[in-house]
Ligand binder design. Structure first.
Ligand SMILES: [Mg+2]
Length: 98
């Protein structure tokens, strides 16, 4: 799935919802999902007592990505273009030796 396909899927999925995403709530969800991802990493690397498997971390990362995509869609941000611009900025930085 490309980033563009992900954005289209998330948009279609929200169209099926009776309500549109509220951005303040989405921001809270994003932080909630980031917390779940952090917990999955801690469990995976052993810094938290209960171990977990790779699928937990993958699932939490997917939740974070979908949450970010929802916010990007709300603000009509093309994430493919945004990532390309960011990629260029990083590559320019590497070429300049930081
Ligand atoms: Mg989650």
């Amino acid at each position: 799935m490309t980033i563009k396909e992900l954005q289209s899927w998330v948009e279609r999925d929200w169209q099926r919802s009776p309500q549109q995403p509220d951005m303040q709530l989405q921001l809270i969800y994003l932080f909630e999902e980031l917390g779940e991802m952090a917990e999955a990493i801690r469990k995976r690397d052993g810094s938290k007592a209960r171990k977990t498997d790779a699928t937990d971390l993958e699932g939490e990362m997917a939740d974070v990505l979908i949450s970010i995509t929802t916010i990007a869609n709300h603000f009509d941000i093309d994430l493919t273009e945004a990532v390309s611009r960011c990629q260029k900025k990083i590559e320019d930085r590497h070429e300049q030796g930081y």
